[in-house]
Design a protein. Structure first.
Length: 65
């Protein structure tokens, strides 16, 4: 099973990072999107849709749900 946690917006130096914790089986990882801070307003961190799309192909190839 794949489990996604709610995304969080963080700032490091001059970049904005939209991060999401993910658990696949027993392995916990953090995946992220980053952009220069001036484009932060275009990040939608209220929903995990973009992260779902990022892992969809991985899940389908490995028969994960």
């Amino acid at each position: 099973m794949i489990e996604l946690f709610p995304p969080v917006l963080r700032h490091y130096d001059n970049d904005a990072f939209m991060e999401c914790d993910i658990i696949i089986g027993s392995i916990k990882e953090r995946i992220y999107y980053s952009t220069p801070i001036e484009f932060e307003k275009y990040l939608t961190y209220e929903r995990a849709d973009s992260f779902l799309l990022a892992i969809l192909q991985y899940a389908m190839k490995r028969g994960r749900t």
